[in-house]
Design a protein around this ligand. Structure first.
Ligand code: SAM
Length: 239
């Protein structure tokens, strides 16, 4: 173990191979670009949830997963992050001219996963971050069948209303009864904002939101105090 007594429970439970057993680090692939990856809410929800298991849906190059893993390490929490992504990018990487190049395709197939591995290795978080390269919908069904429950779930995959709402509905049952859901792009992407609001109405839970993140606690007695600060420079739909 590189950073103490971190358990590798979720890898064993899912019978996943450890990519870092065979991975050969390529420093040239390190690229620490992300979106909202160090948002202030992460520290708050990690401290509140004390997670043994975090599920992240929508990993990209790994920066929010690495940040959460680092916060757990700093707070002395023996927890891990199950990092779920196709590593194939989002609809915008096809519909917005020029963006497919961000996926660094090789032989016609994105190589984003190599960037993710390089970043996790560079951050020394190989024992805390367990990648699951899979589409979010299939992963949720499998995790439910395997009885996986997380203390914190970060949803940051699709930005379209219908698919974001589906993600929220699919992952809510995987959250422990006193767990916390964190939704990215609330307030910045209209489809996401609408999906989060509708979902909260469906499950009858309040949301605690700011630009780019919303906290949705599952427990009926959990709440968060917010501080409003005017943000002038925020660009809508930047991810
Ligand atoms: C905005 S990025 C995630 C950003 C990341 N959390 C960060 O902090 O930098 C969205 C990610 O969701 C992934 N994604 C989109 N739709 C998905 C799906 N249906 N299943 C799994 N991953 C998906 C994309 O591949 C992309 O990496």
């Amino acid at each position: 173990m590189r950073d103490g007594a971190v358990h590798t429970g979720i890898r064993a439970k899912l019978a996943l191979e450890n990519p870092f057993d065979t991975y050969v680090h390529d420093p040239a692939r390190v690229d620490k670009q992300g979106w909202n990856s160090r948002h202030g809410f992460f520290e708050t929800v990690i401290a509140a949830a004390q997670p043994k298991l975090v599920i992240e849906l929508g990993v990209w190059k790994g920066m929010s997963a690495i940040h959460m893993a680092g916060l757990m390490q700093a707070q002395g929490i023996d927890g891990e992050v199950l990092a779920i992504d196709t590593f194939l990018g989002s609809s915008a990487h096809l519909s917005t001219p020029g963006r497919r190049a961000e996926l660094l395709p090789k032989d016609g197939y994105p190589t984003l996963y190599q960037t993710f591995l390089a970043n996790v290795h560079d951050a020394g978080m190989q024992d805390r971050i367990v990648p699951l390269p899979m589409d979010g919908n299939s992963a949720a069904y499998a995790l439910a069948r395997l009885g996986v429950k997380a203390d914190l779930i970060h949803i940051d995959a699709s930005h379209e209303y219908e698919s974001c709402l589906a993600d929220l509905r699919n992952y809510w049952p995987l959250l422990a009864d006193d767990g916390i859901l964190l939704a990215d792009d609330y307030g910045t992407w209209p489809g996401v904002t609408r999906a989060v609001c509708q979902f909260c109405a469906e499950v009858d839970r309040p949301l605690f939101g700011t630009m780019a993140k919303a906290i949705v606690p599952k427990g009926p007695n959990q709440g968060f105090v917010m501080r409003a600060v005017k943000e002038k420079s925020y660009r809508r739909g930047a991810a």
